[in-house]
Design a binder for this molecule. Sequence first.
Ligand code: ZN
Length: 205
Amino acid sequence: MNDKRPPPEYWLEDTKDNGIPYARINDLFGDDETITAEQIATIEDRTSLQIRFSSQEMPEPMADKGETLNPEYLAMTDRPTWSRTGGWVLAGAWDNEDGEITLMYARPKGNRGMKSATACQHENFIAQVDVNRLRKGEGDPVTDYSADVRIKCADCGLAFRFMGLECGNNRFEPKVSVDATELRIPIEPDYVHEILGISNIAGNA
Ligand SMILES: [Zn+2]
């Protein structure tokens, strides 16, 4: 691995500025008419981008006049539904031999929360614990404590759900948030050991 490789955003930069996106990544494809899946995988790896293509019908006026793609026609071209979410950037567009418009989309992959969650193996995690001191009302003494736990995949950002618990808040039993991505556990200071003089084996290890 080369640590000095440019960030994926570098490859997404539009380098032509003529109204038709032409991201720098296009320079890596060469002049071949056809692009193999293998080439795409290599380029994805090199740029830390995920690449996806879509073919759309040529806008009618463009087909009628037999013209090449221009910004006006590109604006009239349909976009795939999936491109509207998930951080996809239109990185290139051209009219192809089949009389259609090819759209090339790309987005950064990896640990920016942009990686497709379904493609991710969820190998690394971020766990967050918030400890709360609870009072009956403002100015009242602290009577209870709780720990709120959240876990998400560090690579794709997908939250994990805590299973087997009801949702809500309870002073005596663990509960979860409505979407089950937050575990709410009542906790208490371990006075029992202090008062009874029971040695805390784990704590003394
Ligand atoms: Zn993941």
